[in-house]
Design a protein around this ligand. Structure first.
Ligand code: HEC
Length: 182
């Protein structure tokens, strides 16, 4: 094999290896980020997020999601997939009360955490939930390594959305068991 051929072969191998490695990344990859962007757009259009969104009566929560929370659930069709969408708004601040949040939600909103149950096979090990954590402006928040929190977060790791939500029973939802089909 001459040098030229060797180099070409090396490039081919690294390209193949590179693409399969990318395909295995469970979250924060390009596909997940673009899916999360579409999901945010959908939520804004349906007044589930962003300015002018529907307001519910907030309730007192607990870590890790913030001291005052709002929860809205709806079955929606997103890019041809009909699934459960669970939107949680997380409010925080020193000595924050429910009245503070009702009167000035934008001031105290810290994050919007979302779960959307995607198509069969998206993540069969974990009930096919797609997770995303947004800042109030719709940009994705990141983990300490700078990886965007979107997708199967953080599949295979001991902490993170999936590891913790696994403890919520078969449907991965803490607040109820309505989606538990088992
Ligand atoms: C350390 C555990 C833990 C981690 C990590 C965690 N959650 Fe949760 N999550 C909870 C608990 C407990 C509740 C129920 C109480 C509440 O609403 O705060 C909850 C509730 C939710 C809900 C409302 C549906 C439900 O299960 O009741 C959504 C949506 C959600 N989390 C999204 C996320 C996303 C997205 C991530 C990752 C970025 C994440 N969570 C990480 C513990 C966790």
């Amino acid at each position: 094999m001459n040098i030229g051929k060797k180099v070409t072969a090396l490039i081919m191998v690294s390209l193949l290896w590179g693409s399969s490695a990318v395909a295995e990344v469970p979250f924060g990859d390009k596909e997940s980020v673009s899916y999360a962007d579409d999901l945010w757009g959908f939520m804004v259009d349906h007044k589930l997020a962003g300015n002018d969104s529907i307001m519910t009566r907030p309730y007192t929560g607990a870590p890790p999601h913030g001291m005052i929370l709002e929860l809205i659930e709806q079955k929606v069709t997103l890019m041809g997939v009909n699934g459960e969408l669970v939107v949680k708004r997380n409010y925080g601040g020193d000595g924050l009360t429910i009245d503070d949040v009702i009167n000035n939600p934008d001031k105290y909103l810290q994050a919007v955490t979302v779960m959307f149950q995607r198509e069969e096979g998206y993540d069969s090990d974990n009930q096919n939930w797609f997770y995303a954590k947004y800042a109030p402006d719709g940009s994705l928040m990141t983990n300490p390594k700078g990886v965007p929190l979107a997708g199967r977060v953080a599949k295979g790791m001991p902490t993170g959305c999936i590891a913790c939500h696994k403890a919520a029973g078969g449907d991965y939802i803490f607040n109820h068991d309505r989606y538990n089909k088992m």
